[in-house]
Ligand binder design. Structure first.
Ligand code: MSP
Length: 510
């Protein structure tokens, strides 16, 4: 196993406040970061805000403030997602910070010096919402092929990055690193795009001032995507290098939405190759959410506010829903009905109730004290084997970034534990004093299967998992437990006294 793991979210534009799409990427990264910490890896998890560019400047002008005032105001809404959603990012980067200016200018200068960046003139189209350049041929009915909004004609002096030169090196890189772009279907999309040929890319603007100046050419500001992508190396100390850089670069996963894959899988590795910096090891593109069957938009008034979700349903439930409801990588539909259904059925009924009813029986039959395990019968061995297998399966799914499969595997264990309760019928054993040792063994096994389930759900539902962990008499933070040690059967301590009940997941009125 690699000793380190570096994961990043995209950095979010500050032209508007966070919505479910931003929360989704950040939550997905957080679950992975937590899982990798529990594997014992040293993790670096970076998120932040993308504050320059025409889109932010335009939004500021509309609101009658400077871009910096807008950024300073909106950034707090993104930073606030960390406590609200229980996110464990190690750093938060703003592209307006001095460290980032040094990094972007440093990277740019490398390519300027070796001739990969040259001065020319840009003539073509620009889509401000996507901050993207398009040629006549690429436009669809005169509109941006990505977001289908009107693009503007532009003609201005510009520095260009020699992207055309990197067609072969990029294709070689994809060939040698089959898991660089995931999921697989997206990889094919990018490969065909690059095989179709690459034009040199405009990487500076003179008609805009809200950005990082090109060193030595103060009339030019660096293209916002060049600026933004560079955040991933700024975060680990570029251009100075040092221990952080050596430890964590190249990043393991840049998590992105499918709409911004091309920037990450084509432009970014090319910029880095040109400057002599290793490309990232992986880019994962996830799908998009619609809301109650419709595209999410301000004009429809159906934008899902993550803060409102947390207030109404709690961070654990929101996190669980987003990662369980759709296969990661596919598009999905958000609905309150589906969310409430998942909370009541998966969280409250299957999982919460497993612990709660077992604590109830433990209180009644053993005054709450955890009995000793004892030699196992066939049905016990099946449960133990299932638990062991689930630890492996959940990890395998997480390695493939298949959250839904990890959760399905964990819930199979939870359901198996519930069936074991019903089949072994502790209430019947309790009526026969000669079965007391057996009753103790059964309760121990249920609690132990629950403990392992709690351990595995900790990356997804961190607060509830901690409450359940404590209710099981386990010490310390479940988030700090290591999967290899704590995931082994038999970790539950006998002789400790547990509470008679606990509500890990309150039910919600439908
Ligand atoms: N600033 C750029 C990223 C630069 S990274 C070097 C940007 N910012 S963004 O704020 O517009 O979008 C950030 C992320 O939100 C993207 O990954 C995008 O895919 C995601 N989403 C936006 N709407 C979404 C949904 N409706 N559903 C899921 N994710 C969505 O792009």
């Amino acid at each position: 196993m690699k000793p380190t793991f570096y994961i990043s979210t995209p950095i979010y534009y500050v032209n508007d406040v966070p919505h479910i799409g931003h929360a989704y990427t950040t939550i997905a990264c957080d679950a992975l970061a937590r899982h990798h910490r529990m594997k014992g890896q040293k993790v670096f998890f970076l998120t932040g805000t993308d504050e320059h560019g025409e889109k932010v400047q335009k939004s500021a002008t509309q609101q009658g403030v400077t871009p910096r005032e807008l950024a300073d105001r909106v950034v707090t809404r993104f930073q606030g997602l960390t406590p609200a959603l229980d996110i464990t990012n190690d750093d938060f980067i703003r592209t307006t910070e001095p460290r980032h200016y040094a990094s972007v200018q440093g990277l740019f200068l490398n390519s300027l010096r070796n001739g990969d960046i040259y001065l020319g003139e840009y003539e073509g189209w620009y889509c401000t919402p996507c901050e993207s350049y398009w040629t006549d041929l690429q436009l669809v009915d005169g509109k941006c092929p990505e977001c289908r909004r009107a693009a503007d004609r532009r003609k201005e002096p510009s520095f260009f990055f020699r992207l055309s030169k990197y067609q072969r090196p990029l294709l070689d890189y994809y060939g040698k690193n089959p898991s660089f772009i995931r999921p697989e279907s997206r990889r094919n999309e990018v490969v065909s795009f690059v095989e179709g040929g690459l034009n040199d890319l405009s990487v500076s603007r003179t008609s805009l001032s809200w950005g990082i100046p090109v060193p030595g050419h103060p009339g030019h500001v660096i293209y916002v995507w060049y600026d933004a992508l560079t955040n991933y190396i700024t975060g680990v100390g570029y251009p100075d290098g040092g221990e952080m850089f050596d430890t964590f670069w190249p990043a393991d996963i840049h998590m992105v939405g499918k709409d911004i894959l091309r920037f990450h899988a084509v432009f970014w590795p090319a910029f880095l190759m040109s400057a002599g910096v290793a490309p990232p090891l992986g880019v994962f593109a996830h799908g998009w959410w619609t809301v109650e069957g419709q595209k999410m938009s301000k004009s429809l008034g159906n934008v899902v506010d993550p803060y409102e979700m947390v207030e109404t349903y709690g961070a654990d439930a929101f996190r669980y829903f987003l990662l369980r409801e759709v296969p990661f990588g596919s598009d999905g539909d958000f609905s309150r009905k589906a969310l409430v259904h998942r909370i009541n059925s998966d969280l409250a009924n299957d999982f919460g109730n497993l612990l709660n009813r077992t604590l109830g029986m433990l209180g009644k039959y053993f005054a709450g004290t955890v009995p000793s395990p004892s030699p196992a019968g066939e049905e016990d061995l099946a449960l133990i084997a299932r638990a062991t297998e689930t630890v492996r399966a959940a990890d395998a799914a997480m390695e493939k970034v298949e959250f839904h499969n990890a959760l399905t595997a964990i819930w199979d264990l939870v359901k198996a534990a519930n069936r074991y309760v019903d089949a072994s019928a502790p209430w019947a054993l309790a009526k026969d004093p000669s079965k007391r040792v057996r009753l103790g063994a059964v309760l121990y096994n249920i609690l132990e299967a629950t403990r392992i389930s709690v351990l595995l759900t900790a990356p997804f539902v961190p607060s509830a998992a901690q409450r359940m962990w404590e209710a099981l008499g386990c010490e310390g933070q479940v988030a700090a437990a290591k999967l290899s040690a704590a995931g082994a059967w038999g970790g539950l301590r006998s002789g400790v006294t547990l509470p008679k009940s606990t509500v890990a997941f309150p039910r919600i009125e439908e």
